[in-house]
Design a protein around this ligand. Structure first.
Ligand code: SAM
Length: 135
C-alpha cells in the first residue's frame, strides 16, 4: 500500500555512484501517467534506470547523459530491460487499491498518522489469534 512516506531500498547492484532504485521512477511515471503510456525524458540519465522503467511501462523515452560510460551502461540495460520486470511488477502491485482508506481505518490497518490506535491494537491481536488458530 502506498502512503505519503515512501520507503524504498537503495540500489546496490548497478555500477553507477548514484543510481535510482527502479521502484522510484516506476512509481513516479505510473502515478503521473495514471498507468497510460506517455513520453518520459531524463536529462541526467546515468545508468538509465528511469528509461528502463519507462520502457517497461510502455512509454516512449529519451535520455541525456554526459558520460560516455554511463551511456553505454544505459544502452546495455535497455537492451536487457526484461530482466528488470520483476521489480517493476512488484512495484505496480503497490498501486492496486484493495481496501479503501475508510475500510483500512475501520479494521485498524495501516493508515499512517490517522491510525485509530485502539482499533489497530485490536486488529493486531485478531490477526495474531487467526495466525495461531491456523497452525
Ligand atoms: C544522479 S546521476 C543519475 C542517476 C540515474 N538516475 C540512475 O539511476 O542511474 C546524474 C547523472 O547526470 C550526469 N550529468 C551530469 N551533468 C550532466 C549534463 N550537463 N548533461 C547530461 N548529463 C549530466 C552524470 O554523469 C550522472 O550520471
Amino acid at each position: 500500500m502506498l502512503t505519503s512516506i515512501w520507503e524504498i531500498r537503495p540500489e546496490q547492484k548497478i555500477e553507477h555512484p548514484a543510481p535510482f532504485p527502479i521502484e522510484l521512477p516506476t512509481r513516479c511515471i505510473y502515478s503521473i501517467l495514471d498507468g497510460k503510456p506517455g513520453n518520459v525524458i531524463d536529462p541526467y540519465a546515468g545508468s538509465g534506470t528511469t528509461l528502463v522503467a519507462a520502457k517497461l511501462l510502455g512509454c516512449n523515452y529519451l535520455g541525456i547523459e554526459i558520460a560516455e560510460g554511463y551511456v553505454r551502461m544505459a544502452r546495455e540495460r535497455l537492451r536487457n530491460y526484461e530482466k528488470e520486470w520483476t521489480k517493476v511488477q512488484a512495484e505496480l502491485e503497490n498501486h492496486k487499491v484493495r481496501k479503501t482508506f475508510k475500510q483500512r481505518k475501520k479494521e485498524g490497518l495501516s493508515v499512517g498518522k490517522f491510525a485509530n490506535r485502539k482499533k489497530a491494537e485490536e486488529g493486531k491481536q485478531k490477526r495474531l489469534w487467526e495466525g495461531i488458530e491456523k497452525r
